[in-house]
Every structure is written in structure tokens, then in C-alpha cells.
Design a binder for this molecule. Structure first.
Ligand SMILES: [Zn+2]
Length: 443
């Protein structure tokens, strides 16, 4: 392992440990010994994740006139997966070691022997990634159903209803945020590849001739979004997926990769799905999913550009990008210590403002609690009066809180508080009655 990779796994360990220690993300079912590859978002993680989802929804649905939302069922009629090709094609090649019986994805291992014990491997067989379940009490093949392996299909299956009720005209899109399930053979890298994950997905319906223009447009939109998340351009790379490696429905796919600590890996994807899905669902359901141009009267099956954004991968990329260790002065003159700070963009930080009275004395906490009440009406805030002020600053730095408001004994006299900036650590005295406006300007 080279030095860079070692540094990478060390960074990854630090992020996983911070996430657990501070309540962003912890192993699922831990009191029962956990469950492989299951992660729960704790109090701060759920805030960060929700902020990302809400910002995405606002940007791509609410602020545009050409997009509508959808929230469809997780378990759909199995005929959907027959028509979409998932029953037949959504597979990975699986090999098993004849000696230690560990299983691997054939395309993920380099040699011809088991990476764990060098034992002989079976020949690869195709393994379908969909999670199977049964509807109702009888576990019979007639009752088999699947958890959706992608959110996309509902946007095609509901296309006609959305079109009729929203009265949108081409070009327009349907957006959805929701969970999807894939029975991955080798999940891993924390929340990067999990069997249960969340997607933010758009199906953008166009005329066939416009596909190249629309593809480039959406690629640019995705870059603006990554910029909003604070991901720096140097860490983002486009991978043009070559013929033969694309999903069965796609005519062009660009994987947007990010420099994760464990290596360059797919963050988002953009695919031109042609009219594959609507055509197949038309044929398979017998319901005509054609679009009639209201002006020319022309009838056609729309083509589709699909930008896909992994929610969990967004969270992970934001954490990786935001994680910083830097030398900071302590309260003792001339001394420094390493501070860990999550420089999460302010607008998606889990907690926006922390209210910190210098001591637990009642005269201070009375004032501080009033301030907390007022600030909370405008920003998600936290009130914390335990431990030394230095330790409380470090904690807020570690969870990425952009502003700390300190209430001290001078506050009782001059009616001012100290506002500390997370990134610069600069402090400013602000009048209490001006505080909310001051913070509003900062966000
Ligand atoms: Zn083995």
C-alpha cells in the first residue's frame, strides 16, 4: 500500500470515528452486535442529510417551472421489473472461494484465486441484485415482489398521470427522493456502498433530437450543485462510460467521480436512457405512453435524460471535503493545539448557531436562554452550558456549527454578546437586540 492510500484510510477512520462520537452516523443495531453494512443517521446526521435533500428539492423542483415531484411506493408490481429489464439484466457476476467460501464480485478481483486465502474460485454465475420479498402470508412464487433497486421506474410508470394532472409540456422533468435497495455482494466503505440507500433522481423528458443539448445542460447543473455542496472542482472527475460497460438502457453515461479517501469513486451519474423505459412500459402494460405536442399535434414517445444523485454519497463527500485539522491557539499564551473542524457550507450545517453562556450562574443562563429562544425561531440552534468554553468551542467546531454566541458577565452590563466564526475563529461583539439580524445577514 502506498503512502497516499495509507493517508486515505487514516482519514476515513477519523471521519468514521468522528461520525460515531458526535452522533452523525453510527453502526445500525449495535446493541445486538450490529448488522453488516447497516448504518443509522444520528441526531446530527439526519439534520445534515435533510438539509442536503431539502436544498436539492428547492433547487431542482420548487425553483423551476419545468419540474414536478413524486413520492412513489417502494414495492411495485413485479411486472415493472420485467419490463424495465431488471429481472433479467440487473445482475453482478458472483464467484465463491471453494476453500473459505467467501463470495466476491468477479469484476472486483484481480487474480484468478481468492483474495483472502488464494483458494480456487468457482466459475462466475449471475446474481440478481434485487431484494425479493412476498406479498401477503403465503410465500409462493405467485406472491413474489421486489424492493425497488432504483427510484426511476415510478417516474416512467406514473408518467401519464403526472402529465395529465400537472399539464406540463415537453421538456419537463419528474423528480423524486427516496430509498432504493440492492443486494450488493460486496458493500463497504462506510456509507459509500450500502444495501439500503437513498437517491435523489430526475427523469427529464425531451424530444429525441434534443438529447445532446439536454445532456450537456444537466451535466453543468450537476456541477453547480456540487459547488453548492462545497465540493472543490479538483476532486471531481468525469468518467465517460464506454460501450459495453453501460447499463442495459443507456446510450451515453457519464459517471461523476469524487476523490474519496479510499480512491476515486462514483458520486453521481448522468445517463441518456433514450425512450427505452417508456417504450417498454407502453408495450408491456398496453397503456400508450405517448406524448402529443399541443401545438403541432405530433405524437411521440419522449426520450429521457437522467441525472442521479446519491444522498448518502453526498453526505460522505461533504464530510470528506469539510474535514480539517489545523493548529489553533489555546487560552494559554503562545500555546497551540490541533483543532478538528468540519467546514461544512453554512447553509447545510446541521446546527447553525450555538448559544454558550460562559458559566452556569443563573444571572447568565437567564439571559442566554432568552437569546436561545429568540435565535431558535430563526435558526436551528443549540444551547450548551457544560464544560469549559474552550471545550465547547472545540465540540461545535467538530460538528461544523458556523457560529457560537457567548454570553458573559459583560453582557449583563453592555447588552452585547460575542459571536465567534467557526472558520476564522474571529470574534465580534454584537448587540443582543441586533443578533438575529446579524446572523440573518451571515447566512
Ligand atoms: Zn478463500
Amino acid at each position: 500500500m502506498d503512502e497516499k492510500k495509507q493517508g486515505g484510510s487514516e482519514l476515513m477512520d477519523k471521519i468514521v470515528s468522528l461520525c460515531k462520537r458526535r452522533g452523525f452516523i453510527f453502526p445500525g443495531s449495535e446493541i445486538y452486535g450490529g448488522m453488516a453494512n447497516s448504518w443509522d443517521y444520528g441526531p446530527l446526521g439526519v439534520e445534515l442529510k435533510n438539509n442536503i435533500k431539502q436544498a436539492w428539492w428547492k433547487r431542482f423542483v420548487q425553483e423551476r417551472g419545468d419540474m414536478v415531484g413524486l413520492d412513489a411506493a417502494l414495492v411495485m408490481n413485479p411486472k415493472v421489473w420485467e419490463a424495465s429489464g431488471h429481472l433479467k439484466n440487473f445482475t453482478d457476476p458472483l464467484v465463491e472461494c471453494k476453500k473459505c467460501h467467501n463470495r466476491f464480485r468477479a469484476d472486483h478481483i484481480e487474480g484468478k484465486t481468492c483474495p483472502d486465502c488464494e483458494g480456487e474460485l468457482t466459475t462466475a454465475k449471475q446474481f440478481n441484485l434485487m431484494f425479493k420479498t412476498f406479498i401477503g402470508p403465503a410465500e409462493e412464487s405467485a406472491n413474489v415482489a421486489y424492493f425497488r433497486p432504483e427510484t426511476a421506474q415510478a417516474m416512467f410508470v406514473d408518467f401519464r398521470q403526472v402529465l395529465e394532472t400537472s399539464r406540463k409540456r415537453i421538456p419537463f422533468g419528474i423528480a423524486q427522493i427516496g430509498k432504493a435497495f440492492r443486494n450488493e455482494i460486496t458493500p463497504g466503505n462506510f456509507i459509500f456502498r450500502t444495501r439500503e440507500f437513498e437517491q435523489m433522481e430526475i427523469e427529464y423528458f425531451i424530444k429525441e433530437n434534443d438529447w445532446q443539448k439536454s445532456f450537456e445542460y444537466w451535466l453543468a447543473e450537476m456541477y453547480e450543485w456540487m459547488n453548492y455542496l462545497g465540493l472543490s472542482k479538483e476532486h471531481i472527475h468525469n468518467l465517460e462510460v464506454p460501450d459495453g460497460e453501460r447499463a442495459h438502457y443507456s446510450k451515453r453515461t457519464v459517471d461523476i467521480e469524487y476523490d474519496f479517501p479510499f480512491g476515486k469513486s462514483e458520486l453521481y451519474g448522468l445517463a441518456y436512457r433514450t425512450d427505452f423505459d417508456l417504450k417498454n412500459h407502453s408495450n408491456s402494460s398496453g397503456v400508450d405512453l405517448v406524448y402529443t405536442d399541443p401545438e403541432s399535434g405530433e405524437k411521440y414517445i419522449p426520450h429521457v435524460i437522467e441525472p442521479t444523485f446519491g444522498v448518502d454519497r453526498s453526505v460522505l463527500a461533504v464530510l470528506v471535503e469539510a474535514y480539517c485539522e489545523e493548529e489553533a491557539p489555546t487560552t494559554k499564551e503562545g500555546e497551540t493545539e490541533t483543532r478538528v473542524v468540519l467546514k461544512i457550507p453554512k447553509h447545510i450545517a446541521p446546527i447553525k448557531v450555538a448559544i454558550l453562556p460562559l458559566s452556569k450562574k443563573e444571572e447568565l443562563s437567564n439571559v442566554a436562554k432568552e437569546i436561545y429562544k429568540e435565535v431558535s425561531r430563526n435558526f436551528f440552534a443549540e444551547y450548551d452550558e457544560t464544560q469549559s468554553i474552550g471545550k465547547r468551542y472545540r465540540r461545535q467546531d467538530e460538528i461544523g456549527t458556523p457560529y457560537c454566541v457567548t454570553v458573559d458577565f459583560d453582557s449583563l452590563e453592555d447588552k452585547k454578546v460575542t459571536v465567534r466564526d467557526r472558520d476564522t475563529m474571529e470574534q465580534e461583539r454584537i448587540e443582543i437586540k441586533e443578533l438575529v439580524n446579524y446572523l440573518k445577514n451571515k447566512f
